[in-house]
Design a protein around this ligand. Structure first.
Ligand SMILES: [Zn+2]
Length: 71
């Protein structure tokens, strides 16, 4: 199974849509996805309002750069 998509993790963190069982199990067992999820959760905790589209775009850009630099 491939990694959980950022948009799926984001929906989960924003309480928009829960992870399905398969995805939840993947996150449990995958350090990569767990770290992505934790990063999004921190972002969510610091969020005081619904994020506008540009903010989501910025998050996604940051993620792409993070992954490009390689962990
Ligand atoms: Zn993963």
């Amino acid at each position: 199974m491939s990694h959980i998509q950022l948009s799926v993790l984001l929906d989960h963190v924003m309480r928009a849509k829960a992870l399905d069982t398969e995805s939840a199990q993947h996150v449990e067992s995958c350090p990569h996805c767990r770290s992505d999820l934790r990063w999004l959760e921190q972002l969510e905790r610091s969020r005081k309002f619904e994020p506008p589209k540009w903010a989501l775009d910025a998050v996604i850009r940051e993620f792409k750069q993070r992954h490009k630099r390689g962990a």
